[in-house]
Write a protein that binds this ligand. Structure first.
Ligand SMILES: Cc1cc2nc3c(=O)[nH]c(=O)nc-3n(C[C@H](O)[C@H](O)[C@H](O)COP(=O)(O)OP(=O)(O)OC[C@H]3O[C@@H](n4cnc5c(N)ncnc54)[C@H](O)[C@@H]3O)c2cc1C
Length: 435
């Protein structure tokens, strides 16, 4: 028996979810994953699979067994003829990017950080930006998965119902041990960042989102200003990032921003001024490099986040409503609103299911109250046909989620076959899935 002081502790990235699992298991082979799931079933324990803990919601929370695949990392097979890489599910996106690049390959798109595991990123429908690119889950073509009884299955498009259910599955349909990903030859990209107005950004949304392979923008609350970022394949030679840009990314965007965020936490009325200063000092740069480095930005300042997908054509209307609400309610927020595009897909539990999507994310510095702001933004985003990002804060449970997903019933029927006893779920996931 462990004494109280020896209790295991786990926390997510933002520190808002903390728990004391009875055991944290780090199997090094698929056989061991299977054995531990069988042992849990025998002993009446639940097993929660977790990646890098970068979700903002209690997806990993458990007082029973937690499984991490830190010891199952790397590329198992690179099939250049097929254009695929079979990857252990615990592989961090950063390492995956480096390994692929060393062989001349890349993931076609990434989000704005690379600390997540491939299993975890796929599990919540993690996405980057680009109207022609789906979420990371759309890069998956095959899974090896340990089900709730410890058996192992190979799932691909030959078994379409299982495949579409498993592509975004919150760890509730099985423990994925390997993912085969569609990959692309690594190409140089040019990343440009500039500042402009919200008015111009909204007026040129339709042009910019099709003109650029990757387009996103940030609107600074309490201001009329935005930062626009575009990224496109280029023939221009790669050039090292200017020292100022690197310095600005680490010191200005993180260190200085952390200092200003602390000031806002202590005196929320400063938020408006900080947001205005951020809008004025938007980093302006033009870099050439490779995607696995350029897509990502250091995120050292901790925050809470909510993100919803809405139909792509609702971006403008949703943003204008958000702007009006921030003005009217005078929310003490200094983090910008992040706006991206994702191609629609056919993954049953993907927020981009059946529609090209705009993703709108709101953030609040860790330690500052976010509830009222997020709830008001959520109301607006739901009004515009929103579906929440599974890894980020939202208030919905199964009753509200079910009508948002046309294939919900089909997905739940597969989940029942994958893990009839529900040993892979926790209380939070039960609330989401209504099981
Ligand atoms: C600073 C920051 C920036 C972010 N940027 C983006 C972004 O740009 N775009 C975006 O879409 N999201 C973003 N996110 C959210 C993040 O990508 C997701 O929450 C992602 O799921 C986290 O990956 P993870 O490895 O930490 O998984 P975890 O949070 O640990 O787990 C996520 C889910 O995946 C399941 N899971 C994990 N491994 C497996 C496996 N092997 N088999 C089956 N299920 C598994 C878990 O059970 C859980 O339900 C960001 C988060 C942070 C903190």
């Amino acid at each position: 028996m462990r004494s109280a002081s020896e209790r295991l502790r786990w926390s997510n990235w933002s520190g808002t979810v903390q728990c004391e699992p009875e055991r944290i298991l780090r199997p090094d082979t698929e056989d061991r994953v299977s054995e531990l799931v069988q042992a849990a079933a025998r002993l009446g324990k639940t097993v929660r699979i977790i990646g890098a803990g970068h979700s903002f919601t209690p997806l990993g929370e458990t007082a029973e067994w937690m499984v991490q695949l830190d010891r199952m990392q790397g590329i198992r097979e690179l099939n250049e003829a097929e254009g695929t890489a079979t990857v252990y599910a615990g592989t961090r996106l950063k390492d995956l990017g480096d390994l692929l690049f060393a062989n001349g390959w890349a993931q076609e798109n990434l989000g704005d950080i690379n600390r997540q595991t491939i299993g975890g990123a796929i599990g919540t429908g993690t996405h980057g930006t680009g109207a022609g690119y789906g979420s990371l889950a759309t890069q998956a073509v095959r899974f090896r998965t340990v089900l709730g009884d410890g058996s192992v299955v190979n799932v691909d498009a030959g078994r379409p119902d299982w495949f579409k259910a498993m592509q975004v599955s919150l760890g509730a349909f099985g423990i994925i041990t390997e993912v085969t990903l569609r990959i692309v030859p690594a190409k140089r990209k040019r990343l440009i960042s500039f500042r402009t107005t919200l008015e111009e950004t909204l007026a040129r949304l339709d042009e910019w989102r099709v003109q650029h392979e990757h387009f996103e923008f940030f609107w600074f609350p309490h201001t009329a200003g935005t930062q626009v970022k575009t990224m496109n394949t280029t023939a221009v030679e790669a050039r090292p990032n200017r020292r100022w840009n690197e310095w600005s990314k680490y010191v200005v965007e993180n260190g200085l921003f952390w200092g200003m965020s602390e000031a806002c936490r202590l005196m929320p009325s400063l938020s408006r001024h900080v947001s205005r200063a951020s809008a004025r000092f938007v980093p302006v740069f033009d870099e050439v490099g490779y995607g696995h480095r350029l897509f990502v930005t250091p995120r050292l300042v901790k925050f809470n986040e909510m993100e919803y997908s809405v139909p792509a054509e609702a971006m403008r209307g949703a943003l204008l409503d958000i702007q009006r609400a921030v003005q009217k309610r005078r929310f003490a927020v200094h983090f910008p609103v992040e706006c991206r595009y994702v191609r629609g897909d056919d993954i049953w539990l993907s927020p981009a299911y059946g529609r090209d999507s705009a993703y709108i994310a709101v953030h609040m510095y860790k330690g500052m109250p976010f509830q009222a702001y997020f709830e008001e933004m959520e109301r607006i985003l739901l009004h515009h046909g929103g579906r929440p990002h599974w890894g980020k804060w939202h208030s919905l449970a199964a009753e509200q989620l079910r009508p948002l997903y046309p294939k919900w019933g089909h997905a739940m029927a597969i989940r029942e076959q994958c893990d009839p006893a529900g040993i892979l779920m926790n209380g939070y996931v039960r609330r989401l899935l209504g099981e």
